[in-house]
Write a protein that binds this ligand. Structure first.
Ligand code: AHR
Length: 383
């Protein structure tokens, strides 16, 4: 049985949280605890010093346990083939995985940044098979071409967990944890319809800067937005890929500004980094964007920098893609460790962001959507 240091930590944390919440705890208990605190600074220092020693001793003990687990080969070996490092979203996703699958938590993580190279990603997976890792995590750069390598994982007896983007041509994985990209695209479209109606805008001429072609994040967002565009008879003037990067977004927008000068009133960027690049291009071309300007700028991801641009009145609405999947992947691995069957699909919770004047009621397939107002606190809490 593999050692689960995290399990112990979680149990302790949960116990602490439960004690701290104390919903039904009578008021006197809290008051008594407050009264029992040391009256003087000296007494306080005396009480706190042993507490600090205990904490330090606990940390040393945990470090020793980690070293012992490592030496005994008891850490759970996880290989993670990450897409690359193209965006703020990606950085947050990598950080989340590295934090959760740390040695201190009982894991040995082999991390490969595949730099958006499909062949390199398959190679990374095969290297994990050779290393005989216990589990493989893949964030597939593109949705297709996976069946052969996933069959190899299956034959090697290594369970695969897919995160974020989907694999569309194989079901040889135990679980997937990620986002509903089509819903994100539908949300952007239906919000735009409601906002345009509120602003009295009857004609939509949209330019789309899409993500990496063939990535399920690109496919889903394009499908969702295009479905709404078709429903309302909007003109999609062009859709070119910015590869989910700032440089890509800027380059595509520079071309758009020349080719479609004065002809567009909506720009849809399929992630915040593309929007940052598109804004630079529009600034340089003298195109005004944001609420109350010539162009409505829509973005996806809602990373911290993206939400700051919503707050600054540059991005009109931002549709979240949540990169913090690692804790849920960890739950999947815990279930597998315990011999249980995890859920095959786990969807991340996501929010749609705007400033109050841009918050309008809209529905997706008859379901009313909530929008979240961007405030300092919201930005502070974001990734
Ligand atoms: O797959 C998720 C997408 O990939 C995010 O929207 C984007 O920022 C990232 O690079």
């Amino acid at each position: 049985m593999k050692k689960r240091l995290l399990g112990l930590f979680l149990t302790m944390t949960m116990a602490v949280s439960l004690a701290a919440c104390g919903g039904s705890k009578p008021a006197e208990t809290t008051a008594a605890a407050t009264t029992a605190a040391p009256a003087t600074e000296a007494a306080k220092a005396e009480t706190e010093a042993p507490k600090a020693e205990t904490e330090a001793a606990k940390e040393t003990e945990a470090a020793k346990e980690t070293e012992a687990a490592k030496a005994d080969g008891k850490l759970i070996k996880v290989g993670f083939a990450q897409v690359g490092h193209e965006s703020d979203w990606r950085t947050a996703s990598t950080k989340s995985c590295q934090t959760v699958f740390s040695e201190a938590n009982g894991y040995e993580l082999s991390f490969v940044d595949c730099d958006n190279d499909e062949a390199a990603q398959k190679e990374a997976v095969r290297s994990f098979i050779e290393q005989e890792v216990d589990y493989i995590i893949i964030d597939p750069i593109i949705a297709t071409g996976w069946n052969t390598v996933l069959t190899e994982c299956e034959e090697a007896g290594i369970p695969v967990v897919i995160i974020d983007r989907t694999v569309d041509d194989s079901d040889k994985y135990v679980a997937w944890v990620g986002s509903n990209f089509k819903t994100e695209g539908l949300a952007a479209g239906e919000w735009l319809k409601a906002y345009a109606d509120k602003m009295g805008i009857s004609e939509i001429n949209a330019l789309v800067i899409s993500g990496s072609t063939g990535a399920s994040a690109q496919i889903g967002r394009s499908d969702g937005f295009n479905e709404v565009a078709e429903k309302y008879g909007w003109n999609i003037l062009d859709e070119q890929t910015g590869d989910f990067t700032e440089a890509g977004g800027q380059q595509v927008m520079e071309n758009y500004c020349k080719s479609y000068e004065g002809k567009f009133n909506v720009v849809v960027c399929q992630n915040d980094n593309e929007a940052f690049g598109a804004m630079t291009a529009m600034d340089n071309a003298g195109v005004k964007y944001g609420p109350g300007s010539d162009v409505i700028l829509i973005s996806f991801d809602a990373c911290t920098a993206g939400l700051k641009d919503v707050q600054a009145g540059k991005i009109t609405a931002d549709f979240e893609c949540n990169p913090l999947a690692a804790p849920f992947v960890e739950e999947v691995l815990q279930k597998l460790e315990a011999g249980e069957t995890p859920e095959k699909e786990v969807y991340m919770v996501e929010h749609w962001y705007a400033l109050p004047d841009q918050i309008v009621p809209f529905e997706i397939d008859g379901v009313a959507q909530e929008m979240t107002e961007v405030t300092d606190a919201v930005i502070e809490a974001q990734y």
